[in-house]
Design a protein around this ligand. Sequence first.
Ligand code: BG6
Length: 484
Amino acid sequence: MAALILFGGGGDLAMRMLLPSLYFLEHDGLLPDGLKIIGAARSEETAEDYVAKVHEAVKARAEQDQAWDDHSWTRMKARLDYLAVDATSADSLKPLKDKVGDGEVTSFLAVSPSLYGRIVTAMKAAGLAERNCRIVLEKPVGRDLKSFLEIDDAVAHAFREDQVFRIDHYLGKETVQNLTALRFGNTIFEPLWNNLTIDHVQITIGETVGVGDRWPYYDEYGALRDMLQNHMLQLLCLVAMEPPSDLDPESLRNEKVKVLRSLRPITYEEAERVTVRGQYVAGVSEGRPAKGYIEERGAPSDTETFVAIRADIDNWRWAGVPFFMRTGKRLPEKRTEIVIQFKPVPHSIFDDEEGEALANRMIIELQPEEDISLTVMNKRPGLDKRMQLQPITMSLSWGVDGKSAAPPRRRIAYERLLLDAMAGDSTLFVRRDEAEQAWKWVDEVAEAWAESGHKPDEYVAGTWGPDSADMLMIRTGRDWNTTD
Ligand code: BG6
């Protein structure tokens, strides 16, 4: 019998993402036969109570996607179980080991990263780190390079690297994988994918939500560690990496590590010029009054809820091409996009045209829609004496030509990643040296901020961050794709 153990099985991540993902996989007949799903958490509740909570969470999520059916739930329910444990104690984990027996076990740590080290040590002592066991670690692993290495050493003491799956759910998103298909499944883009043709790259992850009651976690991490160290740098790697020789997990991850190693360190002197920290103050978000971060937190705090950074990649392909990244809470839109801005034509034979600045641009949109589009200049139809141009946008989305198949249901990124982890495929997971390099680079930024004592710049909830984020671009003669 194979088993999936969800440590933190009653928590927010499990209820909002992991269990609904497992339901969808069940619905589509994709869960391994005989798989048991065991929630493990501190709360002294019965399996019946736990199953009732899961039912409520999963049903609400599945109904949004019109994918709820009682038969699928009945099958999933038969797999579910619960055990109250103290995961940091080997003795407390013994009954869990007895429950799963000697089959393959995948354990997902959906708990605070500060507990990872103690949990893996207890797991090893309880026999939950044997050769047929795997461990999935939710990000962020650690808070800086030092704590990452401490945790990872404890993990390495219990598990071999091929048993460890460091999750970054952005890698499970369909469009993120599509980026690899776009770059390496076509010949037309790759010859243009370099500093001869590309002016700059922008990566935006905008969220409308505030930090709310997640502040005890968030206040310690901030946007730099919560989003940039992982999701944003992973997106940057996939845009910037060299073609891997195949899709083997190691080939792909070798290329990503090379990009991380080529990131130009941000020195103390540089930080002022190429980084921006922001924190939202009260404003209006999605039509409703929104509190500032400090009011939510209930005390003063210097934690950033917004970060923007200019990164430079020191290698042949990208020399001179800045990568601008920004992410924040309480921005005007839930929007994730990668903008590849190609250079303007070297000499224009047309009159200055409105909209020219929008052309020669590829937008890879991950959220809210999944779409890849290309904006090019085109002749405005008509008999104008002088040829008039206008930008037009071509979409490479599913079904836009009216012939392609309807797009499949948009999956939760964790669906793919849970299946891969249980099957032992680490392609879409982060290797130790990747996380290490990412922390190294981010640590320098965090240290420069700490040394300078520079407080985050304020921005009003519901806007695209502080003015300094616009200035970061404007100083270089460029502009963000999406602005107020
Ligand atoms: C998580 C962060 O990793 O990603 C959250 O901890 C953030 O702060 C979330 O809200 C965003 O994920 P998505 O898939 O909604 O863009």
